[in-house]
Design a protein around this ligand. Structure first.
Ligand SMILES: NC(=O)C1=CN([C@@H]2O[C@H](COP(=O)(O)OP(=O)(O)OC[C@H]3O[C@@H](n4cnc5c(N)ncnc54)[C@H](O)[C@@H]3O)[C@@H](O)[C@H]2O)C=CC1
Ligand SMILES: O=C(O)[C@@H]1CCC=N1
Length: 276
């Protein structure tokens, strides 16, 4: 319902209340959606109860029932579950609803084949820092999605952080960089903290220093607009500690490892799409 009683906001059904479903639910509520304008389906009943309690939203197990009440159907289940969920909701869609999916790898064309003809679909690749408003999401329009649908998705994601529009062909690469990317950053933080402990710092202090350093470096990179290599050079005093450290990172192939990791993620994203 998009009338005045709902502040112009469409009714949203979030299908799947896991990590990403909860993140998007929380972003909708932060972005001005009222709890009664959002509904979550979740197969695992204790988890559904937890979300109802925490956010005051209606929860249930029936994807079809929630979709029948919704203007926007937001698919947030694992890729291997998406086909079954679409078959459930396709029966009740009236054609005007927007279907949004965050599932990794699955091409828009496969949604369009399973849904009623002409159904608007927008694909999104978000990431978990969205839960603190520091996420990075890319969105791509399906065949029948209009400018208005993209603007609506941008509004829905407004509280999550950066939102960019991309062509769908780029979403596997986006998944490899920003979708999976928080795991690379946490991997680095964990390794830095572990190194601090090895060097004699307490784990608490080492972790706080590592987190603040990565957070501060990201903020500096974002604000300065300088190339990351220039920012790295500014840390590197001639004959000092940083060049000694970076030389060891290079000798261990860390840069090549990051590139290979991203390629593996991109390839896995493609594979997920093929098993739809
Ligand atoms: N976790 C992440 O960082 C990101 C995840 N994604 C995508 O988000 C989707 C969800 O991933 P996560 O939230 O991490 O997984 P998750 O496993 O935490 O959440 C999936 C939820 O769906 C529920 N579920 C399973 N079958 C269902 C059904 N038939 N009807 C309703 N609920 C059902 C599960 O009980 C679970 O709570 C995936 O497609 C993934 O590719 C996209 C970007 C980032
Ligand atoms: O690991 C995954 O498949 C999902 C997609 C991007 C981040 N998490």
């Amino acid at each position: 319902m998009t009338d005045e009683r709902t502040g112009g906001r469409p009714q949203v059904a979030v299908l799947g209340g896991g990590v990403m479903g909860e993140t998007l639910l929380s972003a909708l509520l932060t972005g001005g959606w009222a709890p009664e304008q959002v509904e979550v389906t979740e197969r695992h009943v204790p988890r559904a109860d937890e979300l109802a309690e925490r956010y005051g939203v209606r929860t249930g197990a029936s994807n079809a029932e929630a979709a029948a009440r919704a203007d926007v159907v937001l698919v947030a289940v694992k890729p291997n579950v998406v086909a079954g969920v679409l078959d459930e909701v396709a029966q009740v869609l009236r054609g005007g609803e927007l279907v949004v999916s965050v599932a990794a790898g699955l091409p828009i064309s496969t949604y369009e084949k399973r849904l009623p003809a002409g159904q608007p679909v927008v694909r999104v690749m978000p990431n978990t820092p969205a839960v603190v408003g520091k996420g990075a999401s890319a969105i791509a329009a399906g065949t029948h999605a209009s400018e208005g649908h993209l603007v609506l998705v941008e509004t829905m994601l407004a509280a999550t952080g950066l939102v960019v529009r991309v062509e769908e062909k780029d979403l596997d690469a986006v998944t490899a960089i920003s979708g999976s990317g928080p795991a690379y950053a946490f991997y680095l933080i964990d390794a830095m903290a572990e190194a601090g402990v090895l060097l004699g710092l307490s784990r608490d202090l080492a972790t706080r220093l590592a987190v603040a350093t990565v957070e501060g470096s990201a903020a500096l990179a974002a604000r300065s607009g300088d190339h990351p290599a220039v920012l790295r050079e500014r840390v590197s005093s001639p004959g000092g500690t940083t060049v000694a450290a970076v030389q060891v990172l290079d000798a261990h192939g860390v840069r090549a490892g990051v590139v290979a990791a991203a390629e593996a993620a991109r390839n896995r994203s493609r594979e997920l799409g093929q098993h739809f």
